[in-house]
Ligand binder design. Structure first.
Ligand code: SAM
Length: 283
């Protein structure tokens, strides 16, 4: 590969089967791989039998390493940027490098794949037509509260990343600044102990405080409007839960009622209706 191109290559967020064929091909073809942590990424590359020159590119060497990577590109080399997991530039290093490459009219190509925010959102059962991704909330309480207060008027579902050891305090601030919203904590996505904890903020906090939450988490917060009795929201939520394929009608009704803010009997009636439609369509 000789054309100067910067490839932004997504890698799995826990399940190696989520590596795309294209990512394997591109990583095997480029002249240089820039990785957030070369030792960490070497395991991934070894798994796929990829052996290429590597360089590190992380938060604290961005400026210096960015220039070296740009130099390689200026010389006509192709470079792939990967992060420890998921899509580079999404709460991971890369934005500055892409911006500089774009400014120099260097070809930038995204090779899409896993991203924890989108993975969590797609399985959340919360509205996906409008959503805001806001990355990690600040770690200091005061700044975090101000940050959350700024999210109050955003329409749609709010998606945040958080470290497991800060999860409870962040949920507590969410309750305080955004109210008793419906939230979903999606943890260990694509991994063996993957789970989604759903409920209003207090309910989710209670579940979480009963054990220690390990692993990585995404927090999804329903917009203040989701609690309105909107038939469309209820239907979307039920369809999301039904597509899971493992939940009983009773569990679907219970969870849908909670998420959409309607009574259980209303949710149950809608589940039966949707199930009948489904059976009729399929027959
Ligand atoms: N660039 C990555 C992406 O595309 O998702 C995100 C990198 S960011 C440094 C890491 C955060 O992503 C974690 O703290 C967690 O909030 C979220 N995350 C990554 N993998 C996850 C997983 N398997 N399950 C849940 N959340 C995950």
């Amino acid at each position: 590969m000789t054309n100067a191109t910067l490839y932004i290559v997504a890698t799995p967020i826990g399940n190696l089967e989520d590596m795309t064929c294209r990512a394997v091909r591109i990583l095997g073809e480029v002249d240089l791989i820039a990785a957030e942590d070369t030792r960490h990424s070497l395991k991934l590359l070894n798994h796929f039998g990829i052996s290429k020159p590597m360089t590190s590119y992380f938060d604290h060497n961005q400026q210096f390493k960015g220039e070296r990577i740009l130099n390689a590109l200026r010389l006509g080399k192709s470079v792939a940027l990967i992060s420890d997991a998921g899509t580079p530039c999404i709460s991971d290093p890369g934005f500055q490098l892409v911006r500089d490459a774009v400014a120099e009219k260097i070809n930038v190509v995204a090779v899409p794949g896993a991203c924890a925010a989108i993975t969590a959102l797609s399985a959340s059962g919360l509205p996906t037509d409008i959503f805001s991704f806001a990355g990690f909330p600040p770690s200091k309480k005061g700044k975090r509260r101000t940050f959350l207060a700024g999210m109050n008027s955003l329409p749609g579902t709010l998606v945040l990343y958080e470290a497991p050891h800060r999860l409870l305090e962040t949920l507590s601030d969410i309750r305080e600044m955004l109210g008793e919203r419906l939230v979903i904590v999606a943890r260990e996505l694509t991994k063996m102990f993957e789970e989604c904890i759903r409920g209003n903020v207090s309910e989710v906090m209670e579940v979480i405080s009963q054990g220690s939450v390990r692993g990585e988490v995404v927090i999804l917060i329903a917009s203040g409007e989701v609690a309105l009795e909107e038939p469309e929201v209820l239907m979307n939520v039920i369809q999301g839960l039904m597509s899971d394929g493992t939940l009983s009608i009773r569990d679907i009704s219970k969870q849908a009622a909670l998420i959409a803010g309607v009574s259980r009997s209303e949710a149950y009636a809608e589940v039966l209706k949707l199930r009948n439609d489904f059976v009729t369509e399929g027959s």
